[in-house]
Design a protein around this ligand. Structure first.
Ligand code: RTP
Length: 155
């Protein structure tokens, strides 16, 4: 009851090219599904250069920016939109620290990655960016609004 009164947010989660190449797509999706969030968008997608640059525009001045863009467009990514109470912060926790060597065991990066430049997955860092990024990566008809079958233990 308490949770149902709170704000439902949405976040953009992306399996990065290394996650796809290493066969971790199912594992990544599974972590968010098992937690109890609702999937509202999902596609495999070859990201063009301009979209990668727009997505990471806040990092444009960083020395690693060119390598980051090269990495993101190096192969298909898995684009996901997830919805739920507190989903943005919870997803960041499930993903773990940016540097996988500092990410806690039990997190996606802590369990599955070693290098910052190959850290398997992206998650929006605020509800505002969640909305912005979902609008950036998905066309309207690609998102599904649906009501899960009654399962009050997940609310
Ligand atoms: P993300 O946006 O991918 O979820 O990652 P984040 O918030 O944890 O980290 P952020 O600082 O926004 O950086 C975005 C991505 O850039 C790559 N990166 N490389 N020093 C480096 O070489 C470096 N620092 C960041 C990572 O792929 C990081 O996830």
């Amino acid at each position: 009851l308490v949770a149902s009164l709170e704000q439902v947010d949405e976040t953009y989660i992306m399996g990065k090219p290394d996650g796809v190449q290493r066969g971790l797509v199912g594992e990544i999706i599974s972590r968010f599904e098992k937690k109890g969030f609702k999937l509202t968008g999902l596609k495999l997608f070859q990201c063009p250069q301009d979209l990668a640059e727009e997505h990471y525009k806040d990092l444009k001045g960083k020395s690693f920016f060119p390598k980051l863009i090269e990495y993101i467009v190096s192969g298909p990514v898995v684009c996901m939109a997830w919805e739920g109470v507190g989903v943005v912060a919870a997803a960041r926790k499930l993903i773990g620290a940016t540097n996988p060597l500092q990410a806690e065991p039990g997190t996606i990066r802590g369990d599955l990655a070693v290098q910052t430049g190959r850290n398997v997955v992206h998650g929006s860092d605020s509800p505002e960016n969640g909305k912005r990024e979902i609008a950036l990566w998905f066309k309207e008809g690609e998102l599904c609004q649906w009501t899960p079958a009654q399962a009050p233990w997940l609310r």
